[in-house]
Design a protein around this ligand. Structure first.
Ligand code: AMP
Length: 604
């Protein structure tokens, strides 16, 4: 590995970057810097954000500026105002020890007059979003005749945002002799077109493989019914108590809805989308940057300006229509040497997209299993213990109150105090998950071969002898036909139709390998059993009975029946495992969970 000095970076720039903690060049810098300093040719660099690309183009461009000439010599185009400000800020930091070097960010959404004034005073580097720059060109307040370097940063994003014509127009005003650099995370056809049109036998540099997502990112998808998407999201958020992530939604409306629900359910969340004013967006982004909120629900476009290196998760609330966007979304985590998880909460129809994305990122998705209530409680519990161990104690302020507190708790043993502290924090979470139905994976109901690898937690649980309770007012029936008999929910409902007189509402259906369960209203149970018993199903005699523990009991579901319930001294109450705790204020319930969990359909 070479040093910045060996790459040819000037001493005053090295001094500034050393102060910023840059010890050695990152790969993209090692490739691009000597090339640009030698002014050999144009460069196309395929690099994701977070790879150090700003310094890769920034350092050589700064070094090449003639500070005696007070005219624009370098133009950096980027898609958003936030990126514009960030690049300009980085360049200002790098050039701290270069006298008379002026960088101006030019972007929409702020006073054009002050930008015009600054341009009149003279600048050498303009960092601009395309729209505002065109505005200034049209007002004849910016002149590009002396530009020697043009950088297109996040070129694919600029094209996605519809800036193709603006870029064309801007580049037509720049002298042909300029050196051009194009940075892009992906290489769609449109970029290839631009490079052919404007670049002169460019050198192509790829950091990582082409179109490949970061190696630090694990990709996981959870397959759920569309109606369970929100519940799945909540469980995932609950399972990672220290989550710091962006939840990408497709539309502004969905973004707002999901954020509203999360806030209502007590999560530390907010929304970011185009219906908000610039001021509101700035405010939300700032809150997220300083980790005042853990979950940011955003549209692709609105999140573009946000640059945060430490995201633990990116959650795709459904996969993006344009699968290239997945690369951008997932590339927001696993940065700066950290690992990250990119999650897709998807329904069956999106599985085709998973395969397409796998080709692009050159990596396989893992198939996730929605965490069970028990898993979540346990995870939260240990997180709470961890926080309890690490909490900062303000001896001075709290000290004077402690003797009275000690006196009051004097009658309790240490173990009792721990149990109570944990219960205080946890009872709500435990109560909530005790009553929450597990989220069913579509693969359990539809025996698609493709889904055979999906972990079937509930199958295991049931076969392991923990019978599922029927929904309130329903009875769970066992029937001796399953996947091996080509049974699926539709054929099962067909059999009920054929053999049982009158209307029967069918609730949850679980098709297993050799048998199945389905729920019917209590009042219809005998009718269904009578009608179907001993009937023929493709040569096999039907045997049907009430499943073990199968009655919903009109709301009398016993708390004790759930494994891990506190009244049975389950996993949360074991003295050997104290602790845990939800994020402050969380867990107001799964909202429509119970309603949403009524499975199957009405037959007519
Ligand atoms: P970028 O891809 O330009 O957004 O850079 C990603 C992050 O890496 C930023 O926080 C930079 O400040 C940081 N960075 C860039 N180059 C180096 C380097 N050579 N050493 C350490 N950090 C760097």
């Amino acid at each position: 590995m070479k040093t910045f000095e060996e790459l040819g970076v000037a001493p005053q720039i090295r001094r500034a970057i050393e102060e910023m903690g840059y010890e050695n060049p990152m790969p993209v810098q090692e490739e691009v810097i000597p090339y640009l300093l030698a002014e050999t040719s144009d460069v196309i660099a395929l690099a994701q954000t977070g790879t150090g690309k700003t310094a890769a183009f920034g350092l050589p461009v700064l070094q090449k500026i003639d500070t005696k000439e007070n005219v624009p010599q370098a133009l950096i185009l980027c898609p958003t105002r936030e990126l514009c400000l960030q690049i300009a800020g980085d360049l200002a930091d790098y050039s701290k020890y270069i006298d008379n070097l002026r960088v101006l960010p030019v972007y929409g959404g702020s006073s054009i007059e002050s930008q015009i004034k600054a341009l009149k005073r003279g600048v050498q580097i303009i960092v601009a979003t395309p729209g505002r720059l065109i505005d200034l060109i049209n007002r004849k307040t910016v002149h590009l005749d002396n530009i020697r370097y043009v950088v297109l940063d996040e070129a694919d994003e600029m094209l996605n945002m519809g800036f193709t014509d603006s870029i064309d127009e801007i580049l037509s005003k720049v002298p042909d002799t300029r050196t051009m650099l194009l940075f892009s995370a992906t290489m769609p056809k449109e970029i290839a077109k631009i490079t052919r049109k404007y670049m002169d036998s460019p050198k192509e540099i790829t950091i990582g493989r082409k179109n490949e997502g970061s190696n630090n990112v694990k990709h996981v998808y959870y397959l759920v019914h569309a109606r369970d998407k929100y519940l799945a999201l909540k469980r995932i958020a609950d399972y990672y108590p220290n989550i710091y992530g962006i939840i990408f939604c497709r539309t502004r409306r969905e973004t707002q809805e999901i954020a509203d629900k999360l806030i209502q359910d007590g999560y530390s969340a907010d929304s970011l989308h185009g219906d908000l004013s610039q001021q509101q967006r700035d405010y939300v982004m700032q809150k997220f940057r300083i980790k005042n909120i853990q979950l940011l629900v955003a549209t692709d476009v609105a999140a573009r300006g946000l640059d945060v290196d430490s995201l633990t998760h990116v959650i795709n609330y459904g996969l993006p229509d344009d699968i290239e966007s997945y690369t951008h979304r997932s590339g927001r985590t696993g940065r700066a040497g950290k690992t990250g998880i990119s999650i897709g909460i998807i329904h069956v129809k999106e599985k085709g997209k998973v395969r397409e994305i796998e080709k692009i990122i050159n990596k396989k998705f893992e198939i996730g299993e929605i965490p069970s209530g028990d898993d979540i409680c346990e995870k939260q519990l240990f997180n709470f213990v961890d926080r309890l161990e690490k909490v900062k104690v303000n001896e001075d302020e709290i000290g004077r109150l402690l003797p009275a507190v000690y006196r009051k708790l004097d009658w309790l043993e240490k173990e009792d105090i721990i149990k109570r502290a944990v219960s205080l924090e946890f009872n709500r979470l435990i109560d909530y998950y005790r009553d929450a139905a597990e989220i069913e994976s579509p693969s359990e109901r539809y025996s698609s071969r493709d889904d055979s690898s999906y972990p079937r937690r509930k199958d295991r649980d049931r076969q392991g002898g923990n019978p599922r309770q029927a929904e309130r007012g329903y009875v769970r029936l066992f029937i001796n036909i399953g996947r091996t008999d080509n049974t699926n929910p539709a054929t099962l409902m067909g059999l009920v139709n054929d053999y049982v007189p009158g209307k029967v509402a069918i609730g949850r259906i679980d098709i297993m390998q050799n048998f199945s369960f389905f729920e019917v209203p209590e009042r219809d149970a005998n009718k269904v059993i009578k009608g179907m018993s001993n009937q023929d199903n493709n040569g096999r005699r039907i045997s049907i009975e009430i499943a073990q523990g199968g009655s919903g009991g009109g709301g009398s579901r016993s708390r004790d029946s759930r494994p891990g319930s506190s009244s049975r001294g389950g996993s949360y109450n074991r003295d050997s495992r104290p602790g845990g705790g939800p994020r402050s204020g969380g867990y107001k319930g799964e909202g429509g969970a119970k309603k949403g969990h009524r499975k199957g359909g009405k037959r007519s």
